[in-house]
Design a protein around this ligand. Structure first.
Ligand code: GUN
Ligand code: ZN
Length: 434
C-alpha cells in the first residue's frame, strides 16, 4: 500500500445507472458502513468497511459519524457573473435580462472584478457540494480567464465559455461574429483540455446572435475534439414568440441552433420547458442534453419542465441551478423544487432518480461519465460528506426514518449548504463546514 492511499469511512451511496432504464433497485449501490479508497486524486475502490478494513493496515482512515458520502454534485447550467444579482425582484425572463442582468454583466470587463466574483462563486459551489459545473461567463474574454484561473488553482473539473452576443443587447455588452469567434478560439487554445478544464462555445440564446454569429459558432464547435456548446432554449413563452419573429425561415426554436450545427453530443441546452415532441426527438437522436433548472423556472415564472417527455425521447437530462435566475447554489434545494415541479404535474420524482440527476445523470449529460458521477474505480475522487445531523429538524426527522429511501428523500427536501460537512475535489479537501 502506498502512502498516498487514503480511506474515508461513513455510509456510502452512489448511482450505477438511470432508474428509468434499470429500475430503482438496480440503479444504486449502498454500504451502510462503507469505505471509499482514494489514491492520487482517483477512486481506487468503494465497498463495505468489513471487507476492506483488513486490507488497510497502516492506511489513514477518516471516519465520519451519522454521515453519508456521495459523489460530488454536478451542475449542468449556471452563470458565475450573476452571483451578486441572485434574488432580483419581480420580472420574467426578457425584462429580468434588461433590468438586472445586462448591467451586472457589464462589470466583468474589469478582470479584477471578475476574479473576485469567480472566487466567491467557486467557494459557494464547494460549500454546496458541487464539484463540477457548466458555467456561463460574460461577453468579455477576461471573465473566462479569471474563472479558469480560479478553477485551476483548486484543481476542479469545470466547463466554461465566453458569451457570444452580437445584437439585442446594450452596445457595451456585444461582440461581432468575427471577434466572438477569434476570442473564443484564443480561449480554447489557452484552456481547453488543460488539467480538468474544458471549453464551451456559448451563444447566449438565439435572439442575441445574428445568423452570421451562430454560423461561426457552429463552425468553431466542430473544430476541436470534446468541445462543448452551451446555450438557452425554449425557456419563456415571450422569448419563443420573439425567436419565431427573428427566424421566420426556421421550423422552431431548436431548428435555429440545429441549422447552424449547434447540436449533438456535448451540446447542452438550458431549460427546454416548452419543447414539442419533434424537438425532443431531435435532441434525443443527436445525443444532445437539456439542463433542468427548477428553481429558475419557478422564480422567473417560465413554466413546468416535463422530465418524462424528454426521457421518453431518450434525451440526456442534467440538473442545473441557473444562478442568478435560480435561487440557490444547492443541488439539494434544486431537487426539492424539482420534486414540487413534478407534483404540480401529477408526477413523482423518486429520491434515487434525484440522486442520479445530481450526479451520474449530470455526468452523462456532459459526456464525462468516464471521469466523474460515481465511485467506479479510476474516476476522479470528487465527493461530499453529508451530515445527517446538520440541523435539529433534519436530525429529528432522520430519527423517524425507516429506510434509506426515506433518509435520502428527507435530505433532498430539507437539505442545503448546511448539510455539506466536507467537499473533496481530486482527493483534496476543498471545503470544511466546521
Ligand atoms: N436566456 C438568455 N440569457 C439568459 C440568462 O442569463 N438566464 C436565463 N435564465 N435565461 C437566459
Ligand atoms: Zn441560464
Amino acid at each position: 500500500m502506498t502512502q498516498n492511499l487514503k480511506a474515508y469511512r461513513a455510509a456510502l451511496l452512489h448511482s450505477l445507472a438511470d432508474p428509468a432504464e434499470v429500475g430503482v433497485d438496480a440503479s444504486y449501490e449502498y454500504f451502510a458502513d462503507g469505505i471509499l479508497l482514494v489514491e492520487n486524486g482517483r477512486v481506487v475502490e468503494a465497498g463495505a468497511a468489513e471487507a476492506l478494513l483488513p486490507r488497510l493496515k497502516g492506511v489513514e482512515v477518516r471516519e465520519y459519524r451519522d454521515a453519508l458520502i456521495t459523489p460530488g454534485f454536478i451542475d449542468t447550467h449556471i452563470h458565475y457573473p450573476q452571483t451578486g444579482m441572485i434574488a432580483a425582484y419581480g420580472e420574467q425572463l426578457l425584462d429580468w435580462l434588461n433590468t438586472y442582468t445586462f448591467p451586472t454583466e457589464r462589470q466583468f470587463a474589469d478582470k479584477a472584478h471578475a476574479a473576485d466574483v469567480a472566487g466567491i462563486f467557486l467557494k459557494e459551489l464547494l460549500r454546496n457540494g458541487t464539484t463540477t459545473a457548466l458555467v456561463f461567463g460574460t461577453v468579455h474574454k477576461e471573465s473566462v480567464d479569471a474563472f479558469f484561473e480560479a478553477a485551476q488553482a483548486l484543481d476542479l473539473r469545470m466547463i466554461a465559455g465566453k458569451v457570444l452576443m452580437d445584437r439585442h443587447a446594450p452596445d457595451y455588452l456585444t461582440d461581432t461574429p468575427e471577434s466572438g469567434y477569434a476570442d473564443s478560439k484564443a480561449l480554447i487554445e489557452r484552456w481547453h483540455g488543460k488539467g480538468r478544464l474544458h471549453y464551451a462555445v456559448t451563444p447566449r440564446f438565439a435572439p442575441t446572435s445574428t445568423p452570421e454569429q451562430l454560423e461561426l459558432a457552429g463552425k468553431l464547435f466542430g473544430e476541436y475534439p470534446d468541445l462543448y456548446m452551451h446555450t438557452h432554449l425554449s425557456e419563456n413563452r415571450k422569448e419563443i414568440e420573439w425567436v419565431k419573429e427573428l427566424f421566420p425561415a426556421r421550423k422552431g426554436y431548436l431548428d435555429v441552433y440545429d441549422h447552424h450545427g449547434l447540436i449533438g453530443p456535448r451540446a447542452v441546452f438550458a431549460h427546454g420547458v416548452h419543447l414539442c415532441d419533434e424537438e425532443c426527438a431531435r435532441l434525443g437522436e443527436t445525443g444532445s442534453a437539456v439542463a433542468f433548472c427548477p428553481t429558475s423556472n419557478l422564480f422567473l415564472g417560465s413554466g413546468l419542465f416535463d422530465l418524462e417527455k424528454l426521457q421518453r425521447h431518450g434525451v440526456r437530462v442534467g440538473l442545473g441551478t441557473d444562478v442568478g435566475a435560480g435561487t440557490s447554489f444547492s443541488q439539494l434545494q434544486s431537487l426539492n423544487e424539482a420534486y414540487k415541479v413534478m407534483q404540480l404535474q401529477g408526477k413523482k420524482l423518486d429520491p434515487f432518480k434525484s440522486l442520479y440527476l445530481a450526479t451520474l445523470g449530470g455526468a452523462r449529460s456532459l459526456y464525462l461519465d468516464e471521469r466523474i458521477g460515481n465511485f467506479a474505480a479510476g474516476k476522479d475522487a470528487d465527493f461530499v460528506v453529508l451530515d445527517y445531523n446538520a440541523t435539529p429538524l433534519l436530525s429529528y426527522r432522520m430519527q423517524q426514518a425507516r429506510s434509506l429511501e426515506e433518509r435520502l428523500f428527507a435530505l433532498t427536501i430539507l437539505g442545503d449548504d448546511r448539510v455539506v460537512q466536507e467537499t473533496f475535489a481530486a482527493g483534496r479537501s476543498v471545503h470544511q463546514r466546521d
